[in-house]
Every structure is written in structure tokens, then in C-alpha cells.
Design a protein around this ligand. Structure first.
Ligand SMILES: [Zn+2]
Length: 378
């Protein structure tokens, strides 16, 4: 189970504390993406050193590799990774529905492994059983993202996939409750389940989905199918005005640009995750307080300043220069990925901590305007 305490609320935004069996998450918090039980190019101590409070892994990927029974035998996801903190799993719905030739039959999804082409089946029940074996603290209900069955018109498709998502949410919750009862009998920790609000880009469907989930006994909520703040703003507002205050809300796979983080917090999101900080890092795109920097630019070859002299990360404070990083990227040295990832992940995790502090002390708008003004050079 999950304990969520709101410390300060202002409009929709709030600062709080989620307590899981593996530790607390001070919210709003950026949850570090560790899709395959690994944060790309980074070790777990590096993630913890930069302030990463929780890691989110993907059920689909872990089912294929190494298989959920291996993780269960290790003592659960956190132990398997050697991570001393809270963990999340998403249901795998999004990844599976993105595969080619996916079929839904009687609440089961038939698909082929992207690794070896093997024909496999997943369902809400199978996803919940897998998530319980993986043993993260917070699970997501198995949902049906809107992209499925693209021959329909957008509206029909959104209505159909929302009906499926709601049916599957009820099935996920029933199976989750049954598995939690088994944990209790064995004297184990119970696990938390978030229902995932969908509805695409339709205000009424978003509201309908939020009302559906608000009426059910989930421990919190995921919000899926929205990526960037500009397009998501009104949908986040509709959804968060309906969802009950006392349960945490996680924005699944948001954009991770500073504006997305500020907007999410302002509209009542408590936790969010995104693969972008490490993905961008591997492409040499680095966050700085005055905007994005691309280390591939020739002018950095002899620039002996840190990535960002204001940044407090281990790389910027440890004597690593733009010139050195530029060299590592050009030379194809793997260290480039690690150093760039530490900097980027630190940037978003700590920006979110600063935003949390600003919610607590009432300076959110001032921080947002100053930060975004400088970042986007407006
Ligand atoms: Zn840095």
C-alpha cells in the first residue's frame, strides 16, 4: 500500500511525500527511466548520487529479458538492480500495442516478441501477475493506448480504446487485489496499483476516463497518451480537477523539457518519467540553464568550460570540460554517454526538486518565469 501526504497545496499544484515499502519519494519528483532494469549508460550509485529517488521499469521488456521469474528469485526489481529506493513498473500496454501485427481477442493481446519473433499473449491478468513477480512498489493497470486499430476515425478509435482501457482496468484491479491478498497471507509487502487515465485529445473522453478512475479503488493514477505541455495543458487540467486530491498522479512518458515539468507540476502532477534525458545525452544534446547545447558543434572542440558552470552535477563540478566531452563523442568513447547522461539526468531531477521547494515556499511562479525566460531566451 501507499501513503501519500500533501504538505502544501496551491491551486492544482501540490508538494507531498509518497511512502513506499522501499522508501519515500518527495513530490513533485522526476522518476528516472530504467526501462530494462537499467538506466542507460549509468550505474545505480550514479543515479542515487544525483538524487534519483525512484526508477521506473517496463513490464514488457522485463517479461522478455531476463524473464520475471529471474527478478522474483532475486528478491524483486530494486534488489535485482541493487537500488535502494522506490520502484515503478508500467504495464507494457503501450510498448506491446506499438508492435506491428498486434491482435486483441477476448481481452487477450497476441503479439510477437521484438527480440525473436516468438508469439506471445498478454492480458490484464498476465500483466498484473508479471508486475507482482517483478515486485516494484507501484504498478500500472494494463491499458490500451489510442493508436490501436488505426483504420477507425480518430473519435471512434478513441472511444473504442477507452472502453477497452476501462474494462482492462477493472480486470487489473481485481487480479491485483487477489495477488495482494496472497502477499498478506505470506507476510510480504503489498504493492500499489495506479489506474491509467486515457481519452486521447478529446476533452469529454478525458473527463469520462478521469471520473471512471476516480470512482474506483486505485492507489493513485497514471495519465497516459500525453507528451508535451503545449498540447497537454487543457487535458491535464480537466483530468486533475476530477481526480481525488488524496491520491498521487503520475504523468507517464512526458516530454521532459523544462516547460513540461513546470506545466505538469502547476496542473497537479506529483511524479513523471521520461527516457529523454539519457536519450538526448547519447545524442550529445545537453540541458543548460540557458537552453539546449549540442556538444557536436565544432565550437566546443576547444571550449574548456564545464557543460554549465552553474550546474552542481558530478560532471560539471568534477573538472569535465566541453572540449573533453566533445572529444569523447567524436572518438566514440562510451564514457561520453555516461558523463552526458549524469549531467542531463541531474538537470531534470534537480530542477524538479527546486520546483518542489518553490511550491513549498510559495515562489513557484517566480522560479518558473525566471527559469523559463532564461532557458528559452525570451
Ligand atoms: Zn552538470
Amino acid at each position: 500500500m501507499l501513503d501519500f501526504e500533501i504538505k502544501k497545496k496551491n491551486g492544482l499544484m501540490r508538494a507531498g511525500e509518497i511512502t513506499t515499502p522501499h522508501g519515500k519519494i518527495m513530490t513533485p519528483a522526476f522518476i528516472v527511466a530504467g526501462t530494462k532494469a537499467a538506466v542507460k549508460a549509468m550505474s545505480v550509485p550514479q543515479v542515487q548520487d544525483l538524487g534519483g529517488q525512484a526508477i521506473l521499469s517496463n513490464t514488457y521488456h522485463l517479461m522478455l529479458q531476463p524473464g520475471v521469474s529471474v527478478i522474483a528469485e532475486a528478491g524483486g526489481l530494486a534488489k535485482f538492480m541493487g537500488f535502494d529506493g522506490a520502484t515503478f513498473t508500467d504495464s507494457g500496454g503501450f510498448q506491446i500495442m506499438s508492435l506491428p501485427k498486434v491482435k486483441i481477442k477476448n481481452d487477450e493481446v497476441i503479439f510477437r516478441s521484438h527480440i525473436n519473433g516468438e508469439k506471445l499473449t498478454i492480458s490484464p491478468r498476465i500483466s498484473m501477475q508479471a508486475q507482482h513477480q517483478i515486485g516494484a512498489d507501484i504498478h500500472m493497470a494494463f491499458d490500451c493506448p489510442i493508436g490501436y486499430g488505426s483504420t477507425d476515425t480518430a473519435r471512434e478509435n478513441a472511444e473504442k480504446t477507452l472502453r477497452i482501457t476501462h474494462d482492462w482496468a477493472a480486470q487489473s484491479l481485481a487480479e491485483h487485489s487477489r495477488l495482494n491478498a496472497e502477499h498478506l497471507v505470506r507476510g510480504e509487502n503489498t504493492q500499489a496499483l495506479f489506474g491509467v487515465v486515457q481519452g486521447g485529445e478529446f476533452e469529454d473522453l478525458r473527463a469520462k476516463s478521469a471520473r471512471f478512475f476516480a470512482s474506483m479503488d486505485f492507489d493513485g493514477f497514471g495519465i497516459g497518451g500525453m507528451y508535451v505541455a503545449e498540447k497537454s495543458r487543457k487535458f491535464l487540467q480537466i483530468v486533475d480537477e476530477i481526480l481525488p486530491d488524496e491520491k498521487p498522479r503520475h504523468w507517464l512518458g512526458m516530454g521532459a523539457e523544462p516547460i513540461d515539468i513546470f506545466t505538469g507540476v502547476e496542473l497537479g502532477i506529483d511524479t513523471f518519467d521520461c527516457v529523454a534525458p539519457t536519450r538526448q545525452a547519447r545524442n550529445g544534446a545537453l540541458y543548460t540553464f540557458s537552453g539546449r547545447l549540442n556538444i557536436g558543434n565544432a565550437k566546443y572542440k576547444t571550449d574548456f568550460a564545464p557543460i554549465d558552470s552553474e550546474c552542481q552535477c558530478a560532471v560539471c563540478q568534477g573538472g569535465i570540460t566541453r572540449a573533453y566531452l566533445s572529444h569523447l563523442f567524436r572518438a566514440g568513447e562510451l564514457l561520453a554517454f555516461t558523463l552526458a547522461s549524469i549531467h542531463n539526468e541531474f538537470f531534470v531531477v534537480n530542477l524538479t526538486s527546486r520546483i518542489r521547494q518553490s511550491v513549498l515556499d510559495g515562489s513557484f511562479r517566480e522560479l518558473r518565469d525566471n527559469f523559463l525566460g532564461k532557458y528559452y531566451n525570451t
